[in-house]
Design a protein around this ligand. Sequence first.
Ligand SMILES: Cc1cc2nc3c(=O)[nH]c(=O)nc-3n(C[C@H](O)[C@H](O)[C@H](O)COP(=O)(O)OP(=O)(O)OC[C@H]3O[C@@H](n4cnc5c(N)ncnc54)[C@H](O)[C@@H]3O)c2cc1C
Length: 390
Amino acid sequence: MQQFDVVVVGGSISGTLAAISAAERGLSVVLLERKKIPGEKVFCAEGISQSSYHYFFEKNPRWISTEINQVSLFSPSGRGVRIETPGAGYILERRVMERDLWVIAAEKGAELRCGVRVLDIGEWDGEGREVVTSDGKVWGRIVVGADGIESLTGRKTGLVRGLYPGEYHATLQYFAYHPSIEEDTAELHAGPFAPGGYGWVFPKGKGYGWVGIGVDTAKKSGNLRDLLKEFIRKRFGNIKIIFISGGGVPTTPLRKRTTDGVILVGDAGRFAIPVSGGGISHALYTGKLAGEVASEVLEKGPATAKRLSIFDKRWKREWGKEEKWYFIAKKIYMRMKDEDFEILYDVVKKLFEGKKIREFHPFEAVERILKASPHLLKLGKKLLGGYHGI
Ligand SMILES: Cc1cc2nc3c(=O)[nH]c(=O)nc-3n(C[C@H](O)[C@H](O)[C@H](O)COP(=O)(O)OP(=O)(O)OC[C@H]3O[C@@H](n4cnc5c(N)ncnc54)[C@H](O)[C@@H]3O)c2cc1C
């Protein structure tokens, strides 16, 4: 059986970053991906803030479909406010980006295996774990679970119990064409078609774009297709559908993402932002962090749970406060009624309309919104009882 320092399960964005980061530190790495071609079937609307993107990469036109300079927000009654955000966001071309990340991982020395499904993760043997795949077994001193929301790695190693309603958003989106889809404008819509979530229009250029909804699974009633149809009817009337995609997005963080010989990253570790479901930037961040931690830990000896816990500690030190905040914001968001969204709309309009926002920090925006609205703050405090962080 082939042995590696690091076995990465899942070769999307978090997995490729983990493989690159570990391989460039001199570790032996194998990257296992069940898809036959990297980058095929990406279930994502591909939006990322420019600041998050540039934390990792130089501008690469191959990886970017459009630049977002404006965000339009819509209340349930259909009132809309346009906020200027010059240079704030990108809509990516993940299909190409993921393929290129595979090439970079190979160049750094990682061994790549596409079309290989991981079937089981063995018990910790004191030094590492066996990984059973559709193409035989490998053994790794550390297994990085980058296998998405349904993470087999998380379930087999006891870090994740399962996936329950309320812990994730169910999403459905069309790649579609409509002449009113503006090349540099992202749209976010609140309304009854997206209970506990929102509708979006993310442009891909020339009138094409992602048109979708995300719905909290604790609040969802009815069929996602009907809800999406309702959103489309309200926003566009009619639309030319090219193809459909969708999937789950984790919205409830895990307490712990490491155990003996295992680190969970990206959606597998439920790192997506609870209130928005945006997971690309944290997938990139945690993938990279996993490679760094793997290198440090393996220098000292076996990757015990105690040693690997520095991954959780570093994440919490950098992002723990934000994660908690977002989770609170999600709880408030979940309980908001249409009339609360109308108030939120008024607050956002007052705070941001007519101003140029060059860098968008959702965390700061949520904080400002809550502080600017006694009603929303009161709602938040009522829901959260004794929480004094706000
Ligand atoms: C419809 C939709 C729209 C979204 N829009 C946005 C957005 O606009 N902006 C944003 O920031 N986030 C968005 N997200 C969330 C974002 O897509 C995820 O957070 C991100 O893709 C997580 O990356 P990942 O690498 O952790 O996991 P994934 O991208 O889910 O990749 C997991 C990989 O593991 C592989 N895999 C799984 N199981 C196995 C196995 N047993 N063996 C081998 N391989 C396996 C899969 O094939 C896949 O390639 C959206 C999500 C959805 C569903």
